[in-house]
Design a protein around this ligand. Structure first.
Ligand code: UD1
Ligand code: CA
Length: 476
């Protein structure tokens, strides 16, 4: 849509009392971004000449959460006069005085209206020639919404808020979605006429249609067929419901792009994540943040990836990973914990009960069992024996471990950083490596084994162990 003559006002100044939350309602996240972030992302797609966000409750927190991601949005402060009418009024006052286009009003708590729906809405408004157009929907349960009261010939007469509605009005099932297009001049004329004379003592934007009708003007209504685009979030139950609908939409979008999703009900994909054709997502998998998954990768079950990059044909099961890069054909899991800065090379392996952090693990290298690898650089073709640990922290500073190509460590090796193992080096089982190991050397730190024959018979006579030992010894 060419939006030179379109301004968008996003209402985000309310507290959201019904959320019962410290966090302002419009900042509650679904699909990886705040509710109002979805509205602003959609607003961005409409390429309007002006996008304004009205703020008041916790205004700094709201502005800080949005300013970086939406640099073109202008934040406008609402004063202490309450209500959606006042919110729109301060925003209209902040528009250039000569702006004479249309104003699309959106709510920061209605994140499901997509760009196609909204541009069709604006087009419909323009085609109708009415000074104002409401988005409405026919719903089973209109509780909480403003009701659209129509006159004898079916035109919009006025909007009545739930708290001001008579029993007859409350029974109306056509609701005001809280999205409107107005001519800027209409708002400049009518907003100053709003009063606080209603059940909530607020300036209702929803009184504008009634005032237009009083003056003999017409108000158009656009009845949406997919009522989910109108769903607003006022409480936590609605937050869950709207979050679920958004996720369904995202999952379906990726299914149609060639991603196999075994169980959409337990698969959660953030709006910013990117998947490729032939990715398979197994049940209970969360693809969060800006995670990118390449073709052929199989993720899950029971896996959470936050801001990760997964290469082609990699396998990641029962894993929790954040800011990790997993190479092509690598395997991760089950029960692996990849923290920020993990980079696993192509065909590498991070196995069961392994935690990694800030670790570059080269192509084809394996950390298969029960290890902690932190602040390490590991070459190619390395195999860390079961329960090899980098001791990277000396209570004061973190230190690095460097491991050359083709190094194999024995089980239960402790690498006390800073330390370096040269290419091809090996360590004995249980080694505590405090000094660098030259390329090709074997590092042994455990004393040679000493067997004290008969110790159990002498010191543990009468125990099961002593009996079993005596049986084995006499059989020989
Ligand atoms: C509003 C409408 C109602 C409609 C519903 C649709 C009014 C009076 N009522 O009711 O007819 O059915 O939306 O979802 O408009 N806000 C401000 N400043 C304020 C008050 C609110 O910016 O002073 C913002 C809120 O942050 C929110 C939006 O406006 O994003 C809507 O406010 P809310 O209190 O949720 O209105 P509803 O009761 O849902
Ligand atoms: Ca609302």
């Amino acid at each position: 849509m060419t939006g030179n003559n379109l301004a968008i006002i996003v209402l985000a100044a309310g507290q959201g009392t019904r959320m019962k939350s410290r966090l302002p309602k419009v900042l509650h996240p679904i699909g990886g971004r705040p509710l109002v972030g979805h509205v602003l992302t959609t607003a961005g797609r409409l390429q309007a000449a002006h996008v304004e966000v009205v703020v008041r409750h916790e205004r700094d927190q709201v502005v800080n959460a949005l300013a970086k991601d939406y640099p073109d949005a202008v934040f406008v402060d609402q004063d202490d006069v309450p209500g959606t009418g006042r919110a729109v009024q301060v925003a209209v006052d902040a528009l250039p005085g000569d702006f004479e286009g249309d104003v699309l009003v959106l709510s920061g708590d209605c994140p499901l209206a997509d760009a196609d729906t909204l541009s069709a809405f604006v087009e419909e408004h323009r085609a109708s020639g009415a000074p104002a157009t409401l988005m409405t929907a026919l719903v089973e349960d209109p509780t909480g919404y403003g009701r659209v009261v129509r006159d004898a010939d079916g035109g919009v007469d006025r909007i009545v808020e739930q708290k001001d509605a008579s029993a007859d009005e409350a029974a109306v099932r056509e609701i005001n979605a809280g999205m409107y297009v107005f001519r800027a001049s209409t708002l400049r004329t009518y907003l100053p006429q709003l009063s606080l004379d209603n059940a909530q003592g607020e300036m209702y934007l929803t009184d504008v249609p009634g005032l237009l009708r009083r003056d003999g003007d017409r108000v158009a209504a656009s009845v949406v067929s997919d009522i989910s685009v109108t769903f607003g979030v006022n409480d936590r139950a609605q937050l869950t419901e709207v979050g679920r609908l958004l996720n369904q939409r995202i999952v379906r979008r990726w299914q149609l792009e060639g991603v196999t999703v075994i169980d959409p009900n337990t698969t959660w994909i953030d709006d910013d994540a990117k998947l490729s054709p032939d990715v398979t997502l197994l049940p209970n998998t969360h693809i969060l943040g800006a995670t990118v998954v390449a073709s052929g990768a199989v993720i899950g079950p029971d896996t959470t990836l936050v801001d990760c990059e997964v290469g082609e044909d990699a396998t990641v099961r029962r894993t929790d990973a954040t800011l990790a890069v997993i190479g092509a054909e690598a395997t991760v899991g089950p029960f692996s914990f990849l923290r920020a800065g993990t980079v696993l090379g192509a065909k590498g392996k991070i196995g069961a009960y392994v935690e990694t952090k800030n670790a570059e693990i080269g192509e084809g290298s394996k950390v298969p069992h029960l290890s902690y690898v932190g602040d390490a650089t590991i070459g190619r073709g390395v195999n860390l024996g079961a329960s090899t640990i980098t001791a990277n922290y000396d209570d004061v500073n973190k230190h690095r471990t460097e491991i050359g190509d083709e190094v194999h460590t024995g089980s239960h090796t402790v690498l006390v950083a800073p330390v370096r193992l040269g290419a091809g080096a090996k360590t004995g089982a249980g080694a505590v490596v405090r000094k660098d190991v030259p390329a090709g050397a074997l590092a042994m730190t455990v004393a040679p084994q000493r067997n004290i024959e008969g110790w159990v018979a002498k010191n543990r006579a009468g125990t099961g162990a002593a009996d079993a030992a005596s049986r084995e010894n006499s059989a020989e």
